[in-house]
Design a protein around this ligand. Structure first.
Ligand SMILES: N[C@@H](CCC[C@H](N)C(=O)O)C(=O)O
Length: 305
């Protein structure tokens, strides 16, 4: 099987093209391919498949009221975590996905052009920009609907390296996130994320946990700044999580109050991304995530029998 290794701010992926939807990728095959000792090694695996040829794609097409055909395929991002589980969305992965579709000649995309990408979380739009790709990530929401009228925390998080449990706020970007604010960069550096943090109560489908330190001052030149580390559901600590950076910026913005700015730079161990919020007429906010993506190498691997 031919594959490409991709990375986006250090979040790395095995990319596979499956235009005929022939591949049978079980959870254990994905785990093996993503294993850094026994396989290729990656945080997750992404299969490019025309939406109409794959069950989850057909469901997503009908929910979005869209069509996909052999002549004009709508590409589905079949994202799997390194432990073999499915996830709804991947913000770094979708930029790598667009880059890969271009390299595989499945699409053409000039600077300023956009393509639709179907995911388990619904339709996303990826625009090619100078620094990489800007993704229309849809709206963010509180996982606990009660939080819409309050604005502090909905859970407590414990982690190795923290002496006390800390309050946290859970936010959906299509997939679940729990954001915890820390007092300073030293506390962020000292966290030991080899161990999964515990979240009490845990959101119904598990959660990715983002630890953030808002910059001091929080806003400079009309731009907010946050540092972040993440423990991803189904993976462990990663160098970056795109949906996590959106959730982190959304949470810090909620905590900062009504006059918080709309554009944010989030620094992660693997680099930097930009997150922008735009108010909609229904009161919700659209989120755009911009950052780089790179294809690292291409290879061949035999799938286990
Ligand atoms: N790294 C991704 C998120 C991947 C999915 C996540 N682990 C989950 O289970 O929700 C990103 O860049 O958003």
């Amino acid at each position: 099987m031919r594959f490409t290794k991709a990375q986006a701010t250090g979040n790395d992926f095995v990319m596979i093209s499956d235009p005929e939807a022939h591949l049978e990728l079980t959870g254990s095959t994905v785990t093996l391919l993503c294993d850094r000792h026994l396989g290729i090694g990656a945080d997750g695996l992404i299969r490019a498949v025309p939406a109409h040829r794959f069950d989850d794609g057909v469901t997503a097409l009908s929910e979005a009221g869209l069509t996909s055909t052999d002549e004009t395929p709508l590409w589905f991002m079949d994202y799997r975590n390194g432990d073999g589980s499915n996830a709804e969305m991947c913000g770094n992965g979708v930029r790598a996905f667009a880059h890969y579709l271009i390299a595989e000649k499945h699409i053409e995309l000039g600077e300023g052009d956009s393509i639709p990408v179907l995911t388990r979380a619904g339709l996303r739009t990826v625009r090619r920009v100078k620094e990489g790709y800007a993704v229309g990530m849809g709206v963010w929401s509180f996982i606990d609907p009660q939080m819409a009228s309050e604005s502090a925390s909905d859970s407590l998080v414990r982690a190795h390296g923290l002496t006390d449990p800390r309050p946290a706020l859970s936010i959906s970007m299509g997939n679940p996130h729990t954001v915890v604010a820390l007092p300073d960069e030293t506390t962020l550096e000292k966290l030991d994320l080899h161990h999964a943090p515990t979240v009490d109560p845990t959101p119904p489908h598990g959660t990715n946990v983002e630890f953030v330190v808002p910059a001091e001052p929080l806003v400079a030149e009309n731009q907010g700044r946050v540092s972040m580390r993440v423990h991803e559901r189904g993976v462990g600590e990663t160098l970056s999580c795109g949906t996590g950076t959106c959730a982190a910026a959304a949470a810090v913005r909620v905590w900062a109050g009504a006059d918080a700015v709309d554009t944010w730079t989030v620094t992660v161990p693997g680099g930097e991304v930009n997150v922008r919020f735009t108010a909609r007429t229904d009161g919700a906010e659209d989120v755009e995530l911009a950052g780089p993506a790179e294809l690292v190498y291409t290879g061949d691997i035999s799938l286990p029998e």
